[in-house]
Write a protein that binds this ligand. Structure first.
Ligand SMILES: Nc1nc2c(c(=O)[nH]1)N[C@@H](CN(C=O)c1ccc(C(=O)N[C@@H](CCC(=O)O)C(=O)O)cc1)CN2
Length: 283
C-alpha cells in the first residue's frame, strides 16, 4: 500500500518537540532571534514571510521582519544585513527570495554572516555541507530529510535521482542524500533521456517547477517520490511537479502538494534558528 507522506503532521510534531528546546533556552536567559528581510511586494513571498513570523511567535522565538521597498539599492540592503550581523540577539538572518532583478542575489547571500545564515545559502555553509561537516542546511532539503526520517526511509545504498539543480533545493538535496550514503544523480533541463533515468530511482526528488511533468511511466514501481513543485494547473489549482493521481498507485511513498514538502520548509527554518540560539547560549 502506498504511504502518503504527511508534511503538515510531521511539521506539527517537530514543532511540538521544538517548544521544549525553546523553553529550556529561555530558562537559561536566551531567546532565539530570527530576522527576515522582505524586499518588494511579491504576494507569495509576503505570505511565506507572514507564516514565518506567525510560526516563530507560536514557538516563543523573537522575530523581526524588515520590509523594504523594491526600489532599495543593493548597498542599502547590504547595510541592513550588516546591522543584523552585528546584533547579538539575532541568531538567524534570511533574505526572502526571489529578489528584484536589479539586486545581485549572490552578493546579498554572501553579505550574511555565515554563522547567522539560517537559510544555509552562504558558500561557507554550502562548503560545510558538501564536506559533510556540521552546519546550517537549506530549509527545504533539510525538511525533506526530516520527512524521510519520520517515515523510516533510509537513503543508505539507495539510488537517488534529483530532478533540478537549484542552489535552494537540488544541489543541497544531493549533498544531504550523499552524506546519508545514497548513490546520487542530479538531472536537469539538459539531461538526455530524463525519464529513463528517473525510472532507475529508488528515491526520486523532483524540483523543476513544471506542473505534473513526472507521470507513472517515469517512475520505478515501489519508488519513494518527493515532490518539491508548487505549480498551478489549467484550473489555477496548486499542483506539484508530479502527477500525484497517476504516480501514487505505483509508488511506495509519495508527498502530496500541498501538504507535503512545503510545510516542512518553515518548520526546518524554526529548527535551525533554535539550533543557532543553542550555539549562542553554549558560547
Ligand atoms: N530565503 C528563502 N526564500 C525562499 C525559500 C527559502 O527557503 N528561503 N523557499 C521558498 C518559499 N518558502 C519559504 O520561504 C515556502 C514555500 C512554500 C511553503 C508551503 O508551506 N507551501 C504549501 C502551499 C502553500 C500555498 O498554498 O501556496 C505546501 O506546499 O503545502 C512554505 C514556505 C522560496 N523562497
Amino acid at each position: 500500500m502506498t504511504v502518503t507522506i504527511d508534511g503538515k503532521l510531521t511539521a506539527a510534531n517537530l514543532m511540538t518537540e521544538l517548544q521544549d528546546r525553546v523553553r529550556a533556552l529561555k530558562e537559561r536567559g536566551t531567546t532565539p532571534g530570527l530576522a527576515v528581510i522582505l524586499v518588494g511586494d511579491d504576494s507569495a513571498s509576503a505570505i511565506y514571510v507572514r507564516n514565518k513570523e506567525r510560526r516563530a511567535a507560536d514557538l516563543g522565538i523573537y522575530s523581526e521582519v524588515i520590509r523594504l521597498p523594491d526600489t532599495i539599492s543593493q548597498t542599502a540592503l547590504i547595510d541592513e544585513i550588516n546591522r543584523l550581523n552585528q546584533t547579538p540577539t539575532i541568531d538567524g538572518i534570511l533574505v526572502q527570495l526571489p529578489l528584484p532583478a536589479h539586486i545581485d542575489e549572490t552578493a546579498i547571500i554572501n553579505a550574511i554572516n555565515p554563522d547567522k545564515d539560517v537559510d544555509g545559502f552562504h558558500p561557507v555553509n554550502v562548503g560545510r555541507l558538501w564536506t559533510n561537516q556540521p552546519g546550517i542546511v537549506a530549509s527545504t532539503p533539510f525538511g525533506i530529510m526530516q520527512l524521510l526520517k519520520a517515515y523510516d526511509i533510509d537513503p543508505e545504498g539507495k539510488r537517488a535521482v534529483i530532478v533540478g539543480r537549484s542552489n535552494i533545493v537540488g544541489r543541497p538535496m544531493a549533498a544531504l542524500l550523499l552524506n546519508q550514503h545514497a548513490t546520487v544523480t542530479i538531472a536537469h533541463s539538459r539531461t538526455k533521456d530524463l525519464f529513463e533515468l528517473t525510472k532507475t530511482a529508488d528515491i526520486l526528488v523532483v524540483a523543476t517547477g513544471q506542473a505534473k511533468m513526472i507521470t507513472a511511466a517515469a517512475v520505478k514501481p515501489g519508488a519513494v517520490v518527493i515532490d518539491v513543485g508548487m505549480d498551478r494547473d489549467e484550473n489555477n489549482k496548486l499542483v506539484g511537479d508530479v502527477d500525484f493521481d497517476a504516480v501514487a498507485p505505483i509508488a511506495s511513498a509519495i508527498t502530496p502538494v500541498p501538504g507535503g514538502v512545503g510545510p516542512m520548509t518553515i518548520a526546518s527554518l524554526m529548527i535551525q534558528t533554535v539550533a543557532l540560539a543553542e550555539a549562542r547560549a553554549n558560547g
